[in-house]
Design a protein around this ligand. Structure first.
Ligand code: CP
Length: 333
């Protein structure tokens, strides 16, 4: 029997319901999260608001965020929870308080779950270990963004023709090639997707220049390949997932942005020539005119706003899971 996330994470010393990495999710866990997402989404507001009525959730953000922070907060509120936001800009973190002490302070104030975004890879593990609370990784350094991979998966299931969103197993994404293009080196979104989607049968093609896509990216596992020629990659794609060029992390790299745009920008001409039917995704924030043209971002192939909406829904399920000690079975969803 495949162990559940609750069992696996607990055995490592982290609270049940934590989500630190997609690698701790079995395919059954993924199916349970998506099924709960569907059920919660269908609920009447008055029913949904009772699921976590009065529970206390802290959002602890050391890096900027629009989508992840807002969707977790709105998801928590739609479930009846009480939320508080602590950001590095306006808290005692500015005075040098450690992550551990900040977490212990939030716990002393009654927080039952912490959603953490942090610039350091692995920070959510430290917080989960030191507080004993369920921690949801909202993006840690260049490591992972597990809730993003789950919302991306849901978007693909809904939008790519011929997939059976109601049956999640090792073959659900068989025949689907997902091309992830851009700053793979610095992307936690790419890592989480490249580790999750192949386990459901997808083929993941990573695409980008050597500066942003070192050969070591192949260490991500089975089902992941590198294709440096964007046009060749796109011709195989059912899904084109574009990544932001992270200017804030480019220091020291010799990257010619003009050359990058010529070779790797997803624009109307390239999409029409190579992959006219492909689903276009971007986790955001996007830089229009750099990795993607505005026309493609706003065009009929784009699922970018839909991804944001799926983020809100998937995060309701992750919060219910985090705060239900017996898993989804212990709550009526
Ligand atoms: N996709 C994503 O993580 O966006 P934010 O940085 O706005 O949360």
């Amino acid at each position: 029997m495949t162990p559940t996330i609750q069992g696996a994470v607990k055995s490592l010393g982290y609270a049940a319901g934590s989500l630190l990495t997609v690698t701790s999710l079995s395919v059954e866990d993924v199916a349970a999260i998506l099924a709960a997402t569907d059920r919660i989404e269908r609920m009447a507001d008055a029913e949904r608001v009772r699921l976590l009525a009065g529970r206390r959730i802290a959002l602890l953000f050391y890096e900027s965020s629009t989508r992840t922070r807002t969707s977790f907060e709105l998801a928590a509120k739609s479930l009846g929870a009480i939320t508080t936001l602590v950001s590095d800009k306006s808290s005692s973190i500015e005075k040098g308080e450690s992550l551990k002490d900040t977490g212990l302070t939030l716990r002393a104030l009654g927080a039952e779950c912490i959603i953490l975004r942090h610039a350091n890879s692995g920070a959510p593990y430290l917080l989960a270990k030191s507080t004993g609370l369920p921690v949801l990784n909202a993006g840690d350094g260049m490591h992972e963004h597990p809730s993003q991979a789950l919302l991306d998966l849901r978007t693909i299931l809904v939008r790519v023709p011929g997939l059976n969103a109601g049956r999640i197993d090792e073959k659900t994404l068989a025949g689907v090639t997902v091309v992830i293009t851009g700053d793979i080196l610095h992307s936690r979104v790419a890592r989480s997707n490249a580790m999750l989607l192949p386990r459901l049968g997808a083929r993941v093609l990573l695409c980008g220049p050597k500066e942003l896509l070192p050969e070591s990216a192949l260490g991500l596992g089975a089902g992941v390949e590198i294709e440096r020629d964007f046009d060749k990659a796109l011709k195989q794609a059912q899904v084109a997932m574009m990544l932001r060029i992270q200017r804030e992390r480019l220091a020291g790299l010799e990257l010619d942005l003009g050359d990058y745009i010529a070779r790797y920008q997803l624009n109307e001409e390239r999409l029409a020539a190579c992959a006219p039917g492909a689903l276009v995704m971007h986790p955001g924030p996007m830089i229009r005119g750099l990795e993607i043209s505005g026309e493609v971002a706003d065009g009929p192939n784009s699922a970018i706003e839909e991804q944001v909406r799926h983020g809100l829904s998937v995060r309701t399920a992750l919060l219910v899971r985090a705060l239900s000690t017996g898993g989804f079975e212990s709550v009526t969803v």
